[in-house]
Design a protein around this ligand. Sequence first.
Ligand SMILES: *Cc1c(COP(=O)(O)O)cnc(C)c1O
Length: 467
Amino acid sequence: MRSHPSTARGRPPAFSYRSSLAPRSSSIGEQPSGGEELFCDDIPVRRLAARFGTPLYLYSASAIEARLVAFERAFLRVPHTICYSVKANSNLSILRLLRTFGCGFDVVSAGELKRVLQIDRRANRRIVFSGVGKSLMEIDLALKSGIFLFNVESESELSRLARRAGELKRKASIAFRVNPDVPAETHPYISTGRDQHKFGIPLEQASELYRRAARHRFLNVVGVSVHIGSQITSPEPFRRAVDRIAQLVRRLRQDGHSIQYVDAGGGLGVCYRGGDQDFVEYAARYAAALIGPLNGLNLHLLLEPGRAIVAPAGALITSVEYVKANKGKRFLVVDAAMNDLLRPSLYGAFHEIVPVRNDRKLGRAKFDVVGPVCETSDFLARDRPLPETVEGDLLAVLDTGAYGMALASNYNTRRRAAEILVKRKTAKLIRRRESFADLIKAELVETSIGRRQAGKKRVEKSKTGGN
Ligand SMILES: *Cc1c(COP(=O)(O)O)cnc(C)c1O
């Protein structure tokens, strides 16, 4: 990073400022002011926005790789497999990239399973299937695909899985997802490891369920799983959860079960405020919290990081449509909205927003950055100090590589954004912007329902005419 405003300090090199003489796009006649502009790897973000339009998701392949390598290194001293959590960002090219680095995958639906098989048929032996509501169709697909592990979350699921495995004559390896009743100190919507949550089986029922599972000829009981939530930034909850899992593993082994795997789930948080921390050190502390309690148990560790790998590698680029003031309050109405990035509306999440073209001489003011969607909850930031901004300026919403596009919708019949994968000087389109035709292609215009009296005749006719 050559130069950066204080807001982007310490960030991985994915998004950094370099000095620039380019004049601000919308202010013709303005003198070049020796400002700086945001780059994604070695490409000016401005150029990508001009070429692909906005709103636009940009991902840095180098940043994803750097994160993955650091994460991997933190666990080097124990046997482990990283099963990237597909739901964080499920773009096929991102999955493909992670696969080339040797990742396995954690999936929570048939759709995610198909995505992984789409990029590599032979990745099946590296797939872990989690989720509280696996349907019959999903279980069948996973059995037939020969996935590596089912994380079973209830007694009913165990029965369903055992029955289908028997009927299809396919052996299934299973772990139970155990609920360790550990508070995770994160947003209540993404905390999953307490008694009141729908996830997993209570620790007290584990012995009985493992005994039951072991009786099924087509089930192979191989592990214990835990996932206590997401965006957890302290190692302590992880340590406490894994500590309980370690005790359970000892008990289960005494009961004669051959437990070889502990799936420690995902959940490692990222630092959304004030740039990224030293990830190598942070990942090392996380790894120590997991590895410590498992010491001496001779287990293979499965890890399901999502956010920690991809969040800082992504930015949502948006352009300012209008600058508006209501009494004292100032708004930047941008072309990205809650349908593009739901996290601020859903969790009140904070994302750093930086100008693509930065002039450090400009004064700062507080703005609400809002989208065009007809909801008051449609905001990307509130009361955010930003440089004075004019219509046509570009902004980058940082750390949006995880749960950004993955949670995007077509609300307000808005087309989902394009996605670009950047590596150094190369930018590739990995998802084109949706067209209006994409949005309506599954819909049928039904004309026979809701017709008034006048149309009665035609309705009658269509009955006999056969449509
Ligand atoms: C969501 C999820 C993950 C990934 O969580 P992150 O916070 O993105 O690391 C891992 N495992 C399971 C079972 C999940 O539901």
